[in-house]
Design a protein around this ligand. Structure first.
Ligand SMILES: Nc1ncnc2c1ncn2[C@@H]1O[C@H](COP(=O)(O)OP(=O)(O)O)[C@@H](O)[C@H]1O
Ligand SMILES: O=C(O)C(=O)C[C@H](O)[C@H](O)COP(=O)(O)O
Length: 309
């Protein structure tokens, strides 16, 4: 692989709302699955490597705040398209008694949906020149279906040129036309993927499979690395790795599981791209996710953010 690396994470960054009381105190943040992963990847990957966030934003005040956040987190934002007259999407988090999250969305006409659209059809040139491209099933879900298919064609050329594709299925039923189509498109992404970062729950829901069936299916794909995330239980390692005992401690006081999977992906990728060691990468992902679920919201502050505040 090239050194230093040029990594792109693409998808949708949104306004994240947490209602403590309604009416009453509301907290607004900037988050979104691939953005969260990019932020955590940036924290783990050594500084000589470049991490860009690729999306489309509007030209409004909130889009400007998002660009500021991208820069503040040390991410490159030069490939971000601006789409006049479109706005960023919004989602709210609802937590149950165990800290398990669910989402409501206002994003069906967001700027990010236009990320690759031109008058001449889908154009992926904003992804040219990267060594690693990371995205998710959420990012696929928000694209027109013709663009998803064109992306898979582009991906084959990218891989022929030596590009590495990392993927998390992050299944959100509300964003897809149907479960069948989500399953078909996600399957294509899994067959093109080099570093696979699925969550067990999402894969079970998407394919109607048991845990055993999901694990068996993932043994058939030909990954260089990856891990199946299983919440508090140890992840299942994928690809080639040295069999070694790792311990994955359980967090019992969970405040909010939002971005557990996203932060795991960021830690995993940052460590795997540095050391090419799947076990070490999974441990790094787990340590990061364990810290993230002990705070509310997707992006937890760094120790230096806390000292500034
Ligand atoms: N209670 C917990 N204790 C320790 N780690 C956890 C716990 N819940 C989640 N994690 C970590 O977060 C990762 C992602 O969680 P998971 O729920 O599987 O993903 P997702 O949020 O994508 O559904 C897990 O692989 C694990 O590393
Ligand atoms: O649904 C979306 O589009 C979002 O981006 C919302 C969340 O920030 C992430 O999806 C959290 O993902 P988990 O790591 O699975 O908790």
């Amino acid at each position: 692989m090239a050194n230093p690396l040029n990594v792109a994470c693409f998808g949708e960054v949104m306004i994240e709302l947490m209602f403590e009381e309604l009416p009453g105190a509301t907290e607004a943040n900037i988050a979104g699955d691939t953005f969260n992963t990019a932020v955590y990847l940036r924290r783990v990957l050594p500084g000589e490597h470049k991490v860009d966030y690729v999306t489309a934003l509007g030209e409004d005040h909130l889009s400007g705040k998002m660009l500021d956040a991208i820069e503040k987190h040390g991410l490159g934002g030069t490939r971000i398209r601006r789409v006049p007259a479109k706005l960023p999407g919004v989602y709210s988090i609802t937590l149950d008694d165990q800290g398990e999250r669910s989402f409501s969305y206002w994003r069906s006409d967001s700027a990010a949906r236009q990320m690759f659209e031109t008058n001449d059809g889908p154009d992926f040139s904003i992804l040219d020149g990267y060594d690693v491209v990371y995205t998710s099933g959420i990012s696929l879900a928000i694209l027109p279906d013709a663009t998803r298919l064109a992306f898979f064609d582009w991906l084959q050329q990218f891989k022929r040129r030596g590009g590495v594709f990392a993927f998390d299925s992050n299944y959100r039923p509300a964003l897809w036309e149907s479960r069948e189509l989500a399953a078909e498109r996600t399957h294509t992404a899994w067959t093109l993927c080099d570093i696979a970062l699925p969550s067990l729950d999402d894969e079970m829901a998407l394919y109607g499979e048991t845990e055993k069936q999901v694990i068996a299916r993932f043994q058939h794909y030909n990954y260089s690395s990856g891990a199946i995330k299983r919440g508090a239980r140890a992840p299942i390692l994928l690809g080639q790795f040295k069999p070694k005992e790792f311990s994955f401690p359980v967090v019992s006081e969970v405040a909010d599981t939002t971005a557990a999977g996203d932060s795991f992906d960021g830690g995993f990728l940052g460590t795997f791209l540095s050391y090419a060691d799947t076990g070490k990468a999974a441990l790094s992902g787990h340590q990061l996710a364990s810290a993230v679920i002990q705070s509310k919201g997707a992006i937890v502050p760094t120790p230096s953010d806390l000292s500034v505040a």
